[in-house]
Write a protein that binds this ligand. Structure first.
Ligand SMILES: NC(=O)c1ccc[n+]([C@@H]2O[C@H](COP(=O)([O-])OP(=O)(O)OC[C@H]3O[C@@H](n4cnc5c(N)ncnc54)[C@H](OP(=O)(O)O)[C@@H]3O)[C@@H](O)[C@H]2O)c1
Length: 241
């Protein structure tokens, strides 16, 4: 089956910034498939959205089988994917002094925030190639920026998260590499910094709302065919790697 509507998959979309991104893309007429870790979360999120174009699929980005089943579902029901938002993420060393972060927590973080994104992109490339103009958005963070983290005047200079920032800096490189690889297929790959938003990720400590955080993701998800690729953006502009 195929559709003339644009189809978007957002991982980790049952709450927070991913959920707000889903809401706005639905308002823009997209079919939005919310990636969730279990059926109940999916049913609840779709019910809240009250939109016939909202669907959900179970996808745990650390589980290759679930990624493959999610791809199968989108292949069978929509035949293509126009937008992939790699939003699922964890920050288990939030507030943990750097030298107290365990190796296990670093590995777990890399598995979700970096390796999981690579696994999802690889699985969905054939469906993204069926789009006239695909957009992949990797949800990164200002805390991933090497430039900002080396600048003592950076607002969050003292937020040194060994696991989280390392995983997101690596995700930035993943963004650059896939943007190169997928250029010929007209698939743009960009990294987004939503800013510090109040979500479960950080015990709701951020000064911004998840809705504000979703703005740059929506902007990159709806880029035209000739839009930029291989960049790192916040809602104002391009930011430094
Ligand atoms: N909030 C901020 O200030 C901020 C700033 C910069 C970047 N970000 C990034 O924004 C993205 C969204 O975060 P958020 O702030 O909206 O946090 P959130 O509310 O905690 O949402 C995180 C989402 O990721 C999902 N998730 C976690 N592990 C997963 C896995 N293994 N497979 C699939 N899904 C998984 C969660 O599912 P469950 O509900 O099942 O746990 C949840 O849906 C993250 O990548 C985060 O790093 C956030």
């Amino acid at each position: 089956m195929s559709t003339t509507k644009k189809v978007a998959l957002i991982t980790g979309a049952n709450k927070g910034i991913g959920f707000e991104t889903a809401k706005t893309l639905l308002e823009k007429g997209y079919i939005v498939i919310l990636g969730v870790r279990d059926e109940k979360k999916g049913q609840h999120a779709v019910h809240q959205l009250q939109n016939v174009n909202a669907r959900y699929v179970v996808i745990d980005v650390t589980d290759e089988k679930s990624i493959s089943l999610a791809e199968q579902y989108i292949h069978d029901n929509f035949g293509k994917l126009d937008v992939l938002v790699n939003n699922a993420g964890i920050w288990i060393d939030f507030g943990v002094p750097m030298l107290e972060v365990s190796i296990k927590d670093i590995e777990t973080t890399l598995k979700v925030n970096t390796v999981g994104v690579i696994a999802v992109i690889k699985e969905f490339i054939p469906l993204l190639k069926k789009s006239e103009s695909g957009n992949i958005i990797n949800v990164s963070s200002g805390l991933a920026s090497l430039n900002q983290n080396s600048d003592p005047t950076y607002e969050y200079y003292d937020y040194k998260s060994l696991a989280y920032s390392t995983s997101k800096s690596a995700l930035n490189m993943v963004t650059i590499l896939f943007s190169y690889e997928l250029k010929a297929a007209n698939i743009k790959v960009n990294a987004a910094d939503p800013g510090y938003c109040a979500t479960d990720l950080n015990g709701k400590t951020g000064p911004r709302t998840p809705q504000q955080g979703s703005k740059i993701i929506v902007k990159l998800a709806t880029l035209p065919s000739n839009g930029p690729t291989g960049g790192f953006f916040d809602e104002n502009d391009k930011i430094e790697w």
